[in-house]
Design a protein around this ligand. Structure first.
Ligand SMILES: [Zn+2]
Length: 382
């Protein structure tokens, strides 16, 4: 991956490329931005660009991706590029202070073994052991000229203000949906599937690529949209069952992502996109439910969009979505409000079962005339 190939991160990539071509590489960087947008990938791409043996003659910031240095960095075995992350996959685990002392504070004094630069990537930098901040600050204070320290975080507010103030800050953003669709198509996905995944990724490239590798994620999305399409045929008293079905899909999502965990990135695909270990139990369910609720919101959002002829989030469900009676807009808006309220209450640690049941009852409580009039099978992304 070259800096120029980062998806939807033109500004960050340009800043890093300029640093190299203008010989103004800083000794410390803070890569911040939402989960799953490519910060960890960018850190490795930057390390490659700094150490590539055969950069393009036209563009010294373009790593070749083929030389020994580039390959060792991709494999995580370059002696001068250290990825310092918490051990294991539990979200509560932190980078131990001994590791920071050994792999950063002590190691930084040794000259590069084979490359031009020693690169230290702390990822995520907001998950370090208590009292290790002073140790990191010390490393940031007087690094040798060959060293570059990259702190990666989606939660910069958790870092003490003294840390960002000593780093060059590089902000990453959610990528545009079009850019993600295009990228997924280059990975070999059909246009409708790419569009469905991109729309649900919310601009998080790492999540989209992870979902592209795991058809189960798309199956959960399809199951939830099928559930929505069939709501009109359900009795208003079926709230408990509906809540249970939504919960089952969230559990299936946890399972699907857990199976493919090794394919995701360190910081880019953790917590929010749901890569915590299954052992986290309720925590895992709580972190995957919001995504399921987003899928359900996208259904109601599409019904409103269809009424106005606007583009749909789920174009493969266009037929089902457009089967609507007039005068239902208010009901769809109430449904969206109820789902968003449920998401908020889950964030505030509400009881998962009670919150879901309450939502399901509201979704089923709309008068029959306000719900859709018919339903049947449709072509959908698989
Ligand atoms: Zn190279």
């Amino acid at each position: 991956m070259r800096l120029g190939d980062l998806i939807g991160q033109t500004r960050a990539a340009t800043a890093l490329r300029n640093a190299i071509t203008r010989h103004r590489v800083s000794h410390a960087y803070l890569f911040s931005g939402p989960h799953g947008v490519g910060k960890s990938t960018a850190a490795l791409a930057f390390a490659q660009a700094l150490n590539c043996d055969r950069p393009s003659p036209d563009d010294p910031a373009a790593a070749c991706g083929q030389c020994r240095s580039c390959r060792l960095i991709s494999q995580g075995t370059h002696p001068d590029v250290r990825l310092i992350s918490p051990p294991g996959k539990r979200e509560t685990s932190v980078i131990p202070i001994d590791r920071i002392r050994r792999d950063l504070v002590y190691d930084i004094n040794l000259r590069p073994a084979m490359g031009r630069r020693k690169v230290y990537i702390l990822d995520p930098a907001d998950r370090t052991a208590p009292f290790s901040i002073h140790t990191i600050l010390k490393a940031l204070e007087e690094p040798p000229p060959y060293a570059v320290i990259i702190l990666v975080t989606s939660r910069p507010a958790l870092l003490p203000p003294t840390i960002p103030s000593r780093c060059q800050q590089v902000a990453f953003q959610l990528a545009g949906i079009e850019a993600i669709v295009h990228h997924l198509q280059t990975l070999g996905l059909d246009a409708p599937v790419a569009a469905a995944i991109a729309a649900l990724s919310g601009g998080r490239v790492a999540w989209a690529v992870g979902a592209a590798h795991h058809p189960d994620v798309l199956a959960v999305r399809n199951a939830l949209l099928d559930l929505c399409a069939g709501l009109h045929a359900r009795a208003a008293s079926g709230g408990l069952r509906l809540a249970e079905e939504i919960k089952l899909q969230a559990l299936a999502l946890s399972q699907a992502q857990n199976d493919g965990e090794e394919q995701t990135e360190t910081e880019d695909a953790s917590s929010e996109s749901g890569s915590a270990p299954a052992a986290a139990g309720g925590g895992r369910l709580r972190s995957d439910l919001p995504w399921c609720l987003d899928v359900i919101v996208s259904w109601y959002r599409d019904r409103l969009a269809a009424a106005h002829g606007a583009p749909l989030v789920n174009p493969d469900y266009a037929e089902a979505v457009s089967r609507r009676k007039s005068g239902r807009i208010a009901a769809d808006e109430r449904a969206i409000a109820a789902i968003l309220e449920t998401k908020h209450s889950l964030q505030r640690n509400a009881n998962v079962d009670l919150a879901l049941e309450s939502l399901a009852i509201k979704l089923l409580a709309e008068p029959a005339t306000m719900r859709s009039s018919s339903h049947s099978e449709r072509g959908r992304a698989r």
